[in-house]
Design a protein around this ligand. Structure first.
Ligand SMILES: Cc1cc2nc3c(=O)[nH]c(=O)nc-3n(C[C@H](O)[C@H](O)[C@H](O)COP(=O)(O)OP(=O)(O)OC[C@H]3O[C@@H](n4cnc5c(N)ncnc54)[C@H](O)[C@@H]3O)c2cc1C
Length: 405
């Protein structure tokens, strides 16, 4: 039997739940179709289970897209005060924030409290949920949009909130992009982002090293530089700083370019201070470098400089010391690839921003059909940017559904 709604939301993640709540608060009869057994599965895993929902620094440089006009798109869809709008919504469902070093979390520091608050509001608004149902097609007919899944659903308006391909175990799939392609929307090729990178160099001997440093993509702009803790793994480089470079790295690799990441292991150490070693102290270069860097890394760099760790400091010329210094300041790692979707927190690429009206998230070619969250060709840095984007675009779409009439 056909079941009819004013609004059908496809995908019950952060964007979909926010969209459904907003539309239902405007008096619409709303349903959510979700392929997982329950709503918000990915949300539980965010921020290491703490849900980093927002950031004090909301400048557009933290978002990436193939679209050169991304900042004006963001300015419209996130508004001038994104955090104010986000927190007003979260407060309305009973979630209050706590800020730690510029990163916002729920006060409970538990992602589950956010999922619980969303679910309670969804129940209170009598939003119907169809879980374990996978939408394979959306067809526009004279009586509305037909949502093709296990149940026969028809709705006046549809909000697509299917997310991306990342973390298949939490719901990531190509379902959303396939729906968009069937509808004829322009899609930017997708790729994993917010992930570690695989290097050409063998890093097995330095795996496990964690070091404060800065990293820059060679021939990059200022935005292609990050500072923080580098984590070295058996396959390459990881850590938030690398995650934040991964979208741009993936884009360059996709264009067939070779990518090198230069690491500054001696951040804030001046050359004159490094050269001013006390030669009277009977030390070798290995011990000296280890006073700046973890020992495994010191050895690795000396090997790269073809220098014996036993070489005494007093025997090294200033020119040789300068060479070591500059090697540490700009140590290159050549990137072979980025990690796969199983290990990437978000998906870069997606539905082209050209298809969407940023005031409402409505698709230009399909009145009454909206696209939100990670399905779109926008990916944010680590730090709450992706959840802020998902929730606020969800709210935009949900509100547009009732503003229409
Ligand atoms: C491990 C991890 C940690 C993260 N931590 C953070 C963090 O701390 N802060 C932050 O800002 N971001 C974080 N992110 C990113 C953030 O979670 C996502 O960007 C955000 O959840 C996207 O929301 P969404 O609603 O667009 O998509 P999703 O949350 O992916 O929801 C999409 C939903 O649609 C369903 N679906 C897909 N296709 C169909 C279909 N055809 N039919 C029915 N249902 C369908 C999926 O099952 C899924 O439940 C993290 C991501 C991961 C994987």
């Amino acid at each position: 039997m056909k079941e009819t709604y004013d609004v059908c939301v496809v995908g019950g993640g952060a964007a979909g739940m926010a969209a459904a709540i907003a539309a239902a608060e405007g008096g619409k009869r709303v349903c959510i179709v979700e392929k997982n057994k329950k709503l918000g599965k990915k949300l539980y895993a965010t921020g290491n289970g703490r849900c980093n929902v927002a950031n004090t620094d909301m400048t557009a440089i933290h978002y990436h897209s193939a679209d050169p006009d991304v900042s004006s798109f963001l300015h419209t869809c996130l508004g001038t005060e994104p955090n104010r709008e986000l927190f007003a919504f979260l407060h309305s469902i009973g979630i209050y924030e706590r800020c730690l070093d510029g990163y916002y979390y729920p006060r409970s520091m538990q992602a589950s409290s956010v999922v619980w608050a969303f679910s309670d509001r969804i129940r209170a608004l009598s939003i119907v949920t169809y879980c374990s149902e996978y939408v394979t097609d959306i067809r526009r007919r004279s009586d509305g949009y037909h949502i093709i899944c296990g149940t026969e659903l028809v709705a006046d308006q549809v909000i697509l909130s299917c997310g991306g391909l990342s973390y298949p175990s939490l719901g990531g799939c190509d379902g959303g992009i396939k729906l968009a392609e069937k509808l004829g929307m322009k899609c930017i090729p997708q790729r994993p982002a917010l992930c570690a990178v695989i290097t050409e160099e063998d890093t097995e001997v330095i795996k496990g090293v964690r070091v404060a440093c800065s990293a820059q993509i060679a021939h990059g702009t200022v935005t292609d530089q990050q500072t923080g803790e580098l984590q070295i793994t058996e396959y390459g480089l990881s850590g938030i700083m690398i995650f934040n470079l991964s979208s741009e790295i993936g884009r360059r690799l996709e264009q067939g370019k070779s990518v090198t990441i230069n690491i500054d292991f001696l951040q804030e150490i001046q050359e004159k201070d490094f050269l001013q070693r006390n030669e009277s102290i009977q030390r070798n270069i290995y011990g000296y470098l280890n006073s700046y860097l973890p020992e495994k890394l010191a050895k690795y760099i000396l090997d790269a400089c073809e220098l014996s760790p036993k070489q005494m400091l007093a025997e090294l010329s200033d020119a040789r010391m300068q060479e070591i210094y500059h090697r540490c300041k700009k140590f290159p790692f050549h990137v072979r690839g980025v990690k796969d979707y199983e290990h990437a927190q978000v998906t870069a690429g997606g539905i082209s921003l050209q298809e969407i009206n940023p005031e409402t998230m409505e698709c230009q070619a399909y009145p009454g059909l909206y696209v939100t969250g990670e399905m779109l060709d926008i990916d944010g840095d680590c730090g709450g940017y992706n959840l802020t984007f998902a929730i606020l675009t969800g709210l935009r779409a949900g509100r547009a559904c009732y503003d229409k009439n």
